[in-house]
Design a protein around this ligand. Structure first.
Ligand code: ZN
Length: 461
């Protein structure tokens, strides 16, 4: 019997918090866990909001999507541009459901701006530029919702700042607005498939992970920040419970996150490291910290450069591929392998060895659309952020270069599923975010193409 499904995405929620450290403070999530199954959910490579949610809701890896981060190289030059729904060339779960005649509500999912037509309603999520732009389908829905709920809050501004308590207050206002809209639309539309993503927990973790996670070296459980952060989680759980209380008995609830979080140990200035090796050559001095887009690169002598972020994207300056490439195409793999060997030896701040996770896109992905990096370097396997700027006079830095940051992303998010005629299976393991698309479609008796990644966890627990 086809069931109705509600997927509630909680961006960045980590198993260590949801299943352990905060579990007693989250009665509604705990009730779902008790009557269903729960376990870690392996994220995509890379474990970044964009592309992770799109991997989850399509069954395609980041290479197939051509989405390697929030920004990607879409033009002929070196620059990166911010991703949008125009860069998504695959069918997402709610589109398959709509094609099968199901009514859908798709709310706040990253990479849905500009909005596209669906068989139901859609509100664009993260990367919606302003609430004044049309961000809904149907187009008039946004204005109607704003009359009741105020201007749409798609994100909080400047969360990497010292104003942590104010940010958490703004997060609470945003999250309550999202759930109020979700409840209103659920009551009005009774969709067969509702898919919503709440970005709030991700922002909270970047602000206050050290106040939440016992394993953080600067953990402080007693201050005002910890009280505010735990208060946010209790509010989030309350909102979750209020939404679940509206659902019919035939509805399956799936709570997922796109990746987890872990303490950030510091930053490694990847372009400074490439400069020290002579792989990256500047044509003149830089005056203070300078991001990659402003680096005066001498391309005639540069073999490699990188973009920073949660991980380092290293590009080789290959002739015929890059605007001013110098590495002959036939030598690309040799240069790449030399660089991989050197990266393995890149030590931590005290000279200690680090276990980096180094990924070669054409070996890791089923395809590489767009312009992938030559090497994806997860420094200290995500203990360290990759700092893209030069002019820092150091390779190891205590903090991030784009503002204070309490956490890095981690490889495992969460999966919780409960519903009618699904047995209480307790703890499960080995699930990946690619399983979500196939599981949702399976629950709704909608066929899913064989060549997509993932396993239907309602039939193959
Ligand atoms: Zn995320």
């Amino acid at each position: 019997m086809p069931r109705r499904v509600v997927v509630i995405g909680l961006d960045c929620v980590a198993p260590t918090l949801a299943f352990d450290q905060l579990r007693a403070e989250l009665p509604n999530l705990s009730a779902l866990i008790a009557r269903g199954c729960h376990g870690p959910l392996r994220s995509s490579v890379p474990p970044i909001t964009v592309p992770a949610w799109t991997c989850m809701f399509s069954g395609h890896d980041a290479g197939e999507l051509g989405l390697y981060g929030f920004r990607n190289r879409t033009g002929a030059g070196h620059e990166l541009s911010i991703a949008s729904s125009r860069d998504v060339h695959v069918t997402r779960t709610w589109e398959r459901a709509g094609q099968a005649g199901k009514r859908v509500a798709t709310l706040f999912v990253p990479l849905t701006y500009p909005p596209t037509p669906v068989n139901g309603c859609l509100i664009s999520g993260l990367l919606t530029p302003t609430p004044e732009r049309v961000h809904t389908h149907p187009a008039a829905l946004g204005e109607r919702l704003a009359r009741t709920h105020g201007p749409y809050r798609m994100d909080v501004e400047g969360f990497r700042s010292e104003a942590r308590l104010q940010t958490i207050e703004a997060l609470g206002t945003m999250t309550r607005q999202h759930f109020a809209i979700a409840r209103e639309l659920y009551r009005a539309e009774r969709p067969d498939l509702m898919t919503m993503v709440e970005i709030g927990p991700d922002r909270l973790h970047h602000v206050a992970w050290h106040a939440l996670d016992r394993n953080h070296r600067r953990h402080d459980a007693d201050g005002a920040l910890a009280a505010a952060a735990r208060g946010y989680y209790r509010m989030l759980d309350h909102e979750l419970g209020a939404l679940i209380s509206l659902l019919d008995d035939d509805t399956v609830v799936i709570v997922v996150s796109d990746h987890g979080a872990r303490p950030l140990c510091g930053g490694i200035a990847i372009n400074e490291w490439l400069r020290a090796r002579g792989d990256l050559v500047l044509s003149g001095p830089v005056d203070g910290p300078t991001p990659p887009a402003q680096m005066p690169v001498d391309w005639s002598r540069t073999r490699a450069w990188a973009e920073g972020g949660y991980y380092a994207r290293i590009f080789l300056n290959v002739a015929g591929r890059e605007p001013e490439g110098i590495i002959p195409a036939h030598a690309r793999e040799q240069v790449r392998d030399e660089l991989l060997a050197a990266l393995h030896e890149l030590p931590g701040p005290e000279g200690e060895p680090l276990e980096h996770r180094l990924v070669v896109p054409e070996q890791a992905f089923r395809a590489t659309r767009g312009r992938p990096p030559d090497i994806m370097a997860f420094l200290g396997d995500l203990d360290y952020r990759a700092i893209g700027s030069v002019g820092l006079d150091a390779i190891h830095l205590p903090d991030n270069d784009t503002g204070p940051d309490a956490c890095n992303h981690d490889w495992d998010g969460i999966f919780v599923m409960a519903g009618p005629d699904l047995p209480a299976r307790g703890a499960v393991s080995g699930y990946t975010l690619y399983d979500v698309n196939r599981t949702v479609l399976g629950l709704m008796d909608i066929p899913c193409p064989d060549d997509l990644l993932g396993v239907d966890r309602s039939r193959h627990p």
